[in-house]
Design a protein. Structure first.
Length: 325
């Protein structure tokens, strides 16, 4: 990331199932300005691009306009680095193949690169966070879904089609919960924030004991409610984390067998649930990992501020963005 005196800034943008966050970043990884819009409110992708640009263009102007911006990086679910397209994303309002990088490039006049949101987080972690100096690690993002960015020998794994490394869609339960991807039993249906809320609803029906969670309308329960109840000593809530952590820890033991990473880094709101979830993850990981790997892979929390991480990671792509001719 050579400091480019003519173009000292990049733009980073993270498209989440709920919010889209974007900002201007300098070469040292400072987010100088940022803003957001609600992703779900735009069924038409052209309208969505307009809505982002309405806030982003004035922000860019404040820093000297497009000629001061080296590039823009975008992290998105089902984002394909090779083609700059979002393809069949289950948690986004737009269907099919969306040429999003090209749409922004045309609208802003800034070279734009796009990748999967978890890959963007991995790049951010490697450039500015807990994975600095690491050549082999796996980033797991626990949000609306479960995403992963796999770095092997210092490089992100993209596969031959640009879509490698969807560990959230490893099947952990035969005929398990139906997933947004159309299949059953994906890790994402259990270990995402959405999955935790589903587990809470199931536990509340299956068990009769009192719980603070019974004060929340079942359909409105979110993972944050489960955390708040767990902190207050609610046994049912703590068991939900126990169940979720065991599920994830077992899966992580399998992932270690695949690439023997130096670390697995957890990112997202759920990872902040502290020992309630980290202890069961760590234990299940250690109990299930193959002997030759025992004690070799660190389980770490992301060092990037939630608000900045995705924008930072995506922005790191901006330094390398090539003009699509």
């Amino acid at each position: 990331m050579a400091e480019n005196m003519e173009k000292p800034y990049v733009v980073g943008m993270d498209i989440g199932g709920t919010n889209t966050v974007f900002g201007v970043v300098d070469s040292r990884g400072n987010v100088l300005a940022s803003d957001s819009i609600k992703t779900q409110q735009h069924d038409d992708v052209n309208e969505y691009v307009e809505s982002v640009c309405a806030k982003l263009i004035p922000m860019i102007e404040k820093f000297g306009g497009p000629e001061k911006i080296k590039g823009m990086g975008v992290g998105a679910p089902n984002g394909n680095y090779y083609s700059g397209t979002i393809e069949f994303a289950p948690n986004l309002p737009w269907k099919g193949v969306i040429p999003l990088a090209a749409m922004f490039e045309e609208r802003l006049g800034i070279p734009t690169a796009l990748t999967n949101d978890a890959n963007a987080a991995a790049i951010g972690e490697m450039t500015y966070g807990a994975a600095r100096g690491m050549k082999d690690f796996i980033m797991i993002t626990l949000g609306t879904g479960v995403g992963s960015g796999i770095v092997i020998n210092g490089q992100l794994v993209y596969g031959h089609d640009g879509f490698a490394g969807e560990l959230g869609h490893v099947m952990v339960e035969k005929d398990g919960r139906i997933c947004g991807c159309g299949r059953k039993g994906c890790l994402e249906t259990y270990c995402s924030a959405t999955g935790v809320a589903r587990t809470a609803r199931e536990f509340l029906i299956a068990r009769s004991e009192p719980s603070l969670l019974r004060n929340v309308p079942a359909e409105e329960i979110q993972s944050k409610d489960v955390y708040d109840a767990a902190v207050k000593g609610d046994k049912l809530a703590q068991d939900i984390f126990q169940f979720t952590g065991e599920m994830l820890g077992r899966a992580l033991a399998n992932f270690i067998a695949f690439s023997s990473p130096e670390a697995i880094i957890l990112f997202g709101g759920l990872a902040k649930s502290g020992d309630y979830i980290m202890k069961p993850i760590q234990k299940a990981m250690e109990d299930n990992v193959l002997n030759i790997y025992k004690g070799k892979t660190k389980l770490l929390l992301s060092q990037l501020k939630d608000a900045d991480a995705a924008v930072l990671g995506a922005s790191a792509l901006g330094w390398e963005a090539k003009e699509n001719k």
